[in-house]
Design a protein around this ligand. Structure first.
Ligand SMILES: Cc1cc2nc3c(=O)[nH]c(=O)nc-3n(C[C@H](O)[C@H](O)[C@H](O)COP(=O)(O)O)c2cc1C
Length: 341
């Protein structure tokens, strides 16, 4: 049985963003068809923390949860798979895309796309030891798509239950236009379902990627942080119901929900502010065309100023919020994926 619904949507793993408190919020705003945990870096003596998995499962609620592992030590990966398999998770996802230099230089994450024999060995090993469904999240190549066909051949040999293709190279990081043509090629060549990923922002984008590439479903990251109502909007579209849009005031209460769910009130002020800004980095480009919200938020140096800017731009604003970024505004690149481990 395919462990994912056709035309379904998954929430992307995003380190320090799409964590369990964020899932609890989505469970109220509109749940996706699967959650994928941010990567767990597996080293030689690392063992996954059972408390962390308990919290993750509790927060995921009824939504299937995939736990993502990253590493290149087959024994250590196997030992952690054995622990994880004792939990009612949907499956294990393997990270073959992380572009952080500290990681890819050690032949882990996206670095595995530079060493295809190692990637093949690891995937075959994982496939043979995993009794739960295995999924693989990968990119079109390391610094070009030159070896794309070889990557697909490896995946066809391994036969995971599911794959997600972020349609960029590792060195593209998160910028530039995703190369959706590779999603189409992969869908034609792979004999199992593929989730498309990369800059899928709106219900129209989801419709178009499904129609134009033949993908089985899609995975959304930054769009879900910017517009956590997108999963509900997709369900409305599928059920032929009129679309409901939140207002800018709802965005204000979403930020408050983040503050409460993540428990940032218990942190020192500057850390709490930093955590909030991690989210407004993605939400800000969809607020006003001139970028005034984004600019003011970036320079806010106290929680009082932060909330007063939010009150001015959002709190009493009854206009619909579409969550689409203005073309001239961007999240700060240094907050995109260059995270500490
Ligand atoms: C801040 C940040 C953290 C991320 N963390 C992870 C991660 O832990 N595991 C992973 O496979 N991908 C990670 N990604 C990549 C996303 O899952 C996704 O592939 C990428 O953002 C493109 O999709 P999007 O355009 O829908 O955001 C991260 C991306 C960002 C920007």
């Amino acid at each position: 049985m395919i462990p994912f619904p056709k035309n379904g949507l998954a929430l992307a793993p995003m380190r320090a963003l799409t964590q369990p408190p964020f899932w609890r919020i989505l469970n109220r705003y509109g749940t996706p068809d699967a959650y994928f945990s941010e990567f767990i870096r597996v080293h030689e003596n690392f063992r996954v923390d059972p408390k962390m998995i308990d919290t993750a499962l509790e927060s995921a609620g009824n939504c299937p949860l995939w736990i993502q592992l990253m590493g290149n030590d087959p024994k250590a990966l196997e030992q952690n798979v054995r622990i994880l398999e004792t939990y009612p998770i949907a499956g294990i996802d393997f990270n073959v895309g992380c572009p952080v230099p500290k990681i890819f230089k050690k032949q882990a994450g996206g670095g595995l796309l530079r060493d295809l024999p190692l990637l093949r060995d690891l995937l075959l090993h994982l496939r043979s030891v995993c009794t739960k469904p295995l999924s693989v999240k990968f990119r079109i190549g390391f610094n070009s798509a030159e070896h794309f066909d070889e990557i697909l051949a490896i995946l066809n040999e391994v036969q995971p239950a599911l794959v997600t293709l972020h349609a960029r190279t590792v060195t593209d990081l998160y910028r530039g236009k995703p190369r959706y043509e590779y999603i189409k090629i992969a869908c034609r060549q792979l004999s199992f379902p593929l989730l498309a990923n990369g800059n899928i922002e709106t219900v129209q984008d989801i419709q178009s990627i499904l129609k134009n590439t033949g993908c089985y479903g899609a995975m959304l990251g930054r769009a879900a942080v910017r517009n956590p109502w997108i999963f509900q909007q997709w369900n409305e579209y599928k059920n032929h119901q009129p679309a409901t849009y939140p207002t800018f005031a709802d965005v204000y209460y979403y930020l408050q929900d983040l503050f409460l769910e993540f428990g940032w009130a218990g942190k020192d002020e500057l850390s709490a502010l930093g955590c909030l800004k991690r989210f407004t980095n993605y939400i800000g480009p969809a607020i006003d065309e001139n970028g005034a919200f984004l600019h003011q938020i970036r320079t806010a140096n106290s929680l009082k100023t932060f909330w007063s800017i939010c009150a001015t731009f959002l709190q009493n604003n009854p206009l619909p919020y579409y969550g689409q970024p203005f073309a001239n505004l961007h999240a700060q690149p240094n907050k995109e994926g260059v995270f500490r481990n």
